[in-house]
Design a protein. Structure first.
Length: 161
């Protein structure tokens, strides 16, 4: 079962840095992320959401490739590519997996202007190594589905930064 973790930061840029660090940890097989997103609330109070997985674009790309393949089979690759890309794009746009966008938007609207938050859905992690690596980022746990004990450990590591 995946764990949801939302962490707030005192500026608009740290959440982006944490995503890059998590991607590095994922390449090292220390963490397995199901989804990640960032909410940035600028100084004017406007919330911007950055998804790490753009399903519409990836759906259009994969649909286009499948359509192109079927187009070659049926002697009309251009039509096959166009239909496949359209179907894949629509499918990607209608598919909302991972962290609920409304939840991200709601929490993002509660953070202080000029700050950011990261939302991660973690399947598996080597906790001690991941926590050690993330200890350089100072943040505050906003919301989590972790146990109280694990949440306290995470907050203690983030507070030490």
């Amino acid at each position: 079962m995946s764990s949801l973790i939302a962490i707030g930061f005192n500026d608009e840029f740290t959440a982006d840095a944490v995503v890059l660090e998590l991607r590095k940890l994922q390449q090292e097989h220390l963490i397995d992320l199901e989804d990640a997103a960032i909410a940035i609330r600028n100084k004017e109070g406007k919330v911007q959401i950055k998804q790490t997985q753009e399903l519409t674009a990836s759906g259009a790309l994969s649909g286009g490739l499948w359509g192109l393949l079927f187009g070659f089979i049926f002697f009309n690759p251009l039509l096959g590519w166009a239909v496949g890309a359209l179907a894949g794009g629509v499918s990607g746009a209608l598919t909302d997996i991972g962290i609920d966008d409304n939840f991200i938007r709601d929490v993002g609207s509660t953070i202080t202007p000029g700050t950011s938050a990261i939302f991660v859905l973690v399947r598996r992690a080597t906790s001690d190594k991941v926590l050690e690596d993330l200890s350089k980022f100072k943040g505050k746990v906003i919301k989590t589905s972790l146990s109280n004990e694990d949440e306290a450990k995470l907050q203690a590591v983030l507070a030490k930064a």
